[in-house]
Design a binder for this molecule. Structure first.
Ligand code: C5P
Length: 300
């Protein structure tokens, strides 16, 4: 998946078109579909108008993409978790703990394995400092980079301008709205009046106006963000918990299926995978839940 604003909109249009195509040409009862490979010949013969392979369909509908947060204190521990996860996972998040402990060399393993990197540094400082940090981060070949929308107009514009000078390999700037660990009371305690959703919308509008490519928000606000700002931005949703999992410090949580239906492009999952006794199985269970939700979406 290429994380571009246009890409996100394009994918959604493609997905809608595919859903329509599938509904218009349901497989004949005797047709069997191979989920792992392409459609059966019988299916293709009976459904000539369906000109795509099942693999393409799966790839296009396996949205949003899963990002595993490698929240570990050292490269060694992050590497251990990484080695226990399915190769199918393309995206990894490196956050404050690991990056502060190990610095840029920690990205090397992921780059060697051709994985995409979400560098979640949540930059929040004066515009000049953020612009310089953005340029430095861009030099590490990461795909997504976070800044805090609370940094305000000048800072957000400085971040957006900084990546323009980098060219094609520039990361997408993703603005964090309100942390998923924040509740209504937490917001009140730091002097923000009104509803969380209003604060998220306010910050989202500011960030997109200033040139951010996407937003981080909880699932509670995902739908309203899509309604207000459309498809032309990347929506990253953390606070994902499979049914029955511990929420930890996260307050605004949802299952992968709910987040998918709310319009997320990326689901960020940390502890439910990396703290599991079997991270491989935990990741697979989430991928499975996402695949099932995608199936339900097209009524398979
Ligand atoms: O372990 P858990 O699934 O709660 O991890 C979520 C990850 O997403 C953490 O690495 C956290 O830093 C990050 N995140 C978040 N809320 C945001 C932005 C990022 O939880 N608003």
């Amino acid at each position: 998946m290429t994380a571009t604003k246009d890409g996100a909109a394009c994918r959604r249009r493609a997905e809608a078109a595919l859903c329509r195509a599938v509904k218009a040409s349901p497989p004949a009862r005797s047709a069997t579909l191979s989920v792992a490979g392409g459609p059966s010949r019988k299916y293709l013969r009976k459904n000539k108008c369906v000109m795509f392979k099942r693999n393409d369909l799966n790839n296009m509908l396996m949205k949003p993409e899963l990002i595993v947060a490698l929240d570990r204190p050292s490269s060694r521990e992050a590497g251990l978790i990484f080695s226990r996860l399915p190769d199918q996972i393309q995206w990894y998040k490196i956050g404050l703990e690991l990056f502060t402990a190990e610095g840029p060399p920690v990205l090397q393993l992921l780059k060697e394995k051709q994985k995409k990197i979400f560098l979640d540094l949540k930059l929040h400082d004066i515009p000049n400092t953020v612009a310089r940090a953005v340029r430095a981060a861009a030099g590490h070949g990461v795909s997504l980079l976070t800044v805090h929308a609370l940094g305000g107009e000048a800072m957000l514009k400085a971040a957006a301008e900084a990546v323009k000078t980098i060219g094609e390999k520039a990361p997408q700037i993703i603005a964090v709205t309100v942390l998923t660990s924040h509740s209504q009371e937490d917001l009140a305690a730091i002097g923000v009046r009104g509803k969380i959703s209003d604060q998220v919308l306010r910050l989202a509008e500011l960030a997109l106006k200033c040139g951010a490519d996407g937003l981080v928000a909880s699932v509670n606000e995902a739908q309203v963000l899509r309604k207000k700002f459309g498809e032309n931005f990347i929506l990253v949703v953390p606070g994902i918990r499979p049914s029955g999992a511990e929420t930890g410090d996260q307050k605004r949580v949802a299952t992968p299926a709910v987040a998918m239906n709310a319009g997320a492009d990326f689901l960020v999952v940390g502890r439910p995978i990396i703290d599991a006794s079997d991270p491989h199985a935990a990741a697979n269970a989430i991928l499975e839940e996402m695949a099932e939700a995608a199936d339900r979406r097209i009524g398979r």
